[in-house]
Design a protein around this ligand. Structure first.
Ligand code: NAP
Ligand code: 3JM
Length: 349
C-alpha cells in the first residue's frame, strides 16, 4: 500500500457488535481517514452510521464497494470474508480480517501488535486479527515467555455473550427477564445458531463455544490452540483450552496455568514483567481484594492481569487471571492497532 496522508477506509459489518466498536476506535485515535465507507448486508441499506458527528449512509458489501479503498476492516463473519476479502485486495485494498477465515493460512500474518507486530511486513494483502480469547492470552504471556521461557499453557475461559454478536446480547437480555418471570426458555443463538432447542444461557454456563471438531474440542478451543502457536512462533508449545460461555455482556476472563522454562522464578518476578508489559495492566492486590473482573475491564483497551500465584506442586508452574474487553482489545482495538502499524511501516518505506 502506498503511503498517503489520508486513507479511504471500509468497515465491513459496520452495524455489528465489532463494527460499531471499530468506528469508535478509529475516531478515538483520530485515524487519518479521507473517506469512511460503512458496509453491511442488503438489510442495512437505507440506514446510516454516525462517524465524528456526521451521518454516513451504509452501502451493501459487494465487490464494487471496494473501489478506491485503501484499508478494509472486515467483521461480518467468515463466509463474507471468504467471498469478498480477495475482491477488496484485487481492487488495491489491504484487508484486516477479524474472522477465522484466513488466520491459519501461511501467507497471512496473524497479528497481536504487542507480540509480533513485525510479521505485518510479510503480508500479501490480507492480515488476520486473532480470536478474542487468543489475543488477551498471548499479549499477557509473551513478556513472560521472553524473560523465563514458556513450554505449556492450559487455559479455561469465561466468555461474555457479546463475543457471539448483537443477537446473543439480545438473547441474554430477553431470556433473563423471561426466566425471572418464571417462563421456561430455550436458546436459539447460543451456543451456536440452530433450529434445535437449547439450554438457556441466562443463569447458566455453556461449555461450548462454536461447533465441535472431530477431536471433541470446540472450534473456539482449537482456534486458541493453533493461533497461539502461530503468533508466538512456536509450533512445539503445549497448549490446551476449555472455552465456556457465561451470562454477562462484555469482556472475557481467563484462568491460565503456565509452565516456564526456568527454575526458581518467583511471583514478584512474574508480576514485575507484567507491570512493564505493553498493553497490560497488573491489578494484583489481594490484601484489598484487587483483581480485574469483566465489569471493571469493560470499555477499556488494556489487558488486565491479577491473581498471579505459584502452582503448589510444580516449581515451574504459575496461575494467572486475565481479563479484557473482547470487543476492544479482542477485536476492534487490535484491528485498529494493526491498521496504525500498517501505515507506520508504509511511511518508513
Ligand atoms: P454481529 O453483531 O452479529 O454483526 C454482524 C455484522 O455482519 C453486521 O454488521 C451485519 O450486517 C454484517 N453482515 C452479516 N451478513 C452479511 C452479509 N451477507 N454481507 C455483509 N455484511 C453482513 O457480529 P459481530 O460480533 O460484530 O461479529 C462479526 C464477525 O466478526 C464474527 O462473525 C466473527 O467472524 C468476527 N469476530 C471476531 C472477533 C475476534 O475475536 N476477532 C470477535 C467477535 C467477532 P447487517 O446489520 O446488515 O446484518
Ligand atoms: C468470533 O459465522 C462466522 O463465520 C463467525 C464465527 C465467529 C468467529 C469466527 O470464527 O470468525 C464468531 C465469533 C469468531 C472469531 O473471532 O473467531
Amino acid at each position: 500500500m502506498a503511503a498517503k496522508s489520508r486513507y479511504n477506509v471500509a468497515i465491513v459489518g459496520a452495524t455489528g457488535a465489532v463494527g460499531e466498536k471499530m468506528l469508535q476506535m478509529l475516531e478515538h485515535v483520530e485515524f487519518p481517514i479521507d473517506e469512511l465507507r460503512p458496509l453491511a448486508s442488503r438489510r442495512s441499506v437505507g440506514n446510516t452510521i454516525i462517524y465524528k458527528g456526521a451521518e454516513i449512509p451504509i452501502r451493501e458489501a459487494k465487490p464494487d464497494a471496494f473501489d478506491n479503498i485503501d484499508i478494509a476492516l472486515f467483521s461480518a463473519g467468515g463466509s463474507v470474508s471468504k467471498q469478498l476479502a480477495q475482491e477488496a485486495v484485487d481492487r488495491g485494498a489491504v484487508v484486516i480480517d477479524n474472522t477465522s477465515a484466513f488466520r491459519m493460512y501461511e501467507d497471512v500474518p496473524l497479528i497481536v501488535p504487542e507480540v509480533n507486530k513485525e510479521d505485518i511486513k510479510n503480508h500479501k494483502g490480507i492480515i488476520a486479527n486473532p480470536n478474542c480469547s487468543t489475543i488477551q492470552m498471548v499479549a499477557a504471556l509473551e513478556p513472560i515467555k521472553q524473560k523465563y521461557g514458556l513450554n505449556r499453557i492450559i487455559v479455561s475461559t469465561y466468555q461474555s455473550v457479546s463475543g457471539a454478536g448483537n443477537d446473543a446480547v439480545e438473547e441474554l437480555k430477553s431470556q433473563t427477564q423471561a426466566m425471572l418471570d418464571g417462563e421456561t426458555v430455550f436458546s436459539e443463538v447460543l451456543p451456536v445458531k440452530s433450529e434445535k432447542k437449547h439450554f438457556p444461557i441466562a443463569f447458566n454456563a455453556l461449555p461450548q463455544i462454536d461447533t465441535f471438531e472431530d477431536n471433541h474440542y470446540t472450534f473456539e478451543e482449537m482456534k486458541m490452540i493453533n493461533e497461539t502457536k502461530k503468533i508466538m512462533h512456536n509450533s512445539e508449545l503445549k497448549v490446551s483450552a476449555t472455552c465456556v460461555r457465561l451470562p454477562f455482556f462484555y469482556s472475557h476472563a481467563e484462568s491460565i496455568y503456565i509452565e516456564v522454562d526456568q527454575d526458581f522464578v518467583t511471583v514478584p518476578q512474574i508480576q514485575g514483567v507484567l507491570k512493564d508489559a505493553p498493553g497490560v495492566v497488573l491489578e494484583d492486590d489481594i490484601v484489598n481484594q484487587g483483581y480485574p473482573t469483566p465489569l471493571s475491564a469493560e470499555g477499556k483497551t488494556d489487558i488486565f492481569v491479577g491473581r498471579v500465584r505459584k502452582d503448589l506442586d510444580y516449581e515451574r508452574g504459575f496461575h494467572l487471571w486475565v481479563v479484557s474487553d473482547n470487543l476492544l482489545k479482542g477485536a476492534a482495538w487490535n484491528s485498529v492497532q494493526i491498521a496504525q502499524a500498517l501505515i507506520e511501516y508504509d511511511s518508513e518505506e
